[in-house]
Ligand binder design. Sequence first.
Ligand code: FE2
Ligand code: FE2
Length: 284
Amino acid sequence: MKVTIKELVGSIKEKLSFSKVATRILKLFENDDLSSYQLAKVIAMDPVLAAYILKISNSPFYNFSGKVKTLSDAITLVGFEEIKKIVIMISAKNAFKVSDDIDRMLWEHSLAVAVGCSVINSSVGVTDDGEAYISGLLHDIGKIVFKKSQLVNYSDIFKTAYESGEEIRILEEKTFGYNHADVGGYLLKEWNFDQEIVDAVSFHHLNFTLKKTADFLKKAALINLSDFIVNNIIGLGKKEASKDYDAVNNLNSARLIGFYTDNPVGLVEDIQHKFMILATAMEG
Ligand SMILES: [Fe+2]
Ligand SMILES: [Fe+2]
């Protein structure tokens, strides 16, 4: 008998969770009058989170090396939006519970896609930076659900797709009747994420030939484009990267959000560079 999405997500409830403090912090950001004091107070409830925020604020990603000594320094210097991204990044890394090579690949792929979404979004303005980043970071969370569940054997499917370059989404659909984007959307809804993020994640593997330009489709297309670059050019996700830089501007998802670059090499280098700094800062 086939496992339903509900059963699948239900089976990992104990293993996969999103930090309560992080959820509270994200809720705080919905409040326009949020003060630095309030934010610092909530972050301080989670000392590990607080320590990471200081570490990343002092990393070369921002130019404050060594200057960020307290949480209030971090909030004032790095800024609210960036703190939001750091909180999400740390909570996602915890949720990913990296324990083997597949988990690590998925984590690095997700971090790179988040950076890509943020970089591409800065030129097309499909959404705000925090949301671009969050949806990129969580776009493949459905794969983590498959991987952590004992109801299915996902590692073989993952390896087959990685080795052959076949689309994992197709293999998932053949085996389970649904794919990781469906599962990810379901989980994020259970975790009470914004519907816009849920939709962007759920639809990131559409082919985007439709002429429709609803906001959530643009957000999904942003993920799709960043995902393409990370898989096929940077090579985090596929064994053989095609390095087809010209393909970037010709993707349906790029067209849908009106993205064009005359320097795809520079774009990829920028994403790669930012990814490397963050990946290093997140280690340990
Ligand atoms: Fe995906
Ligand atoms: Fe992906």
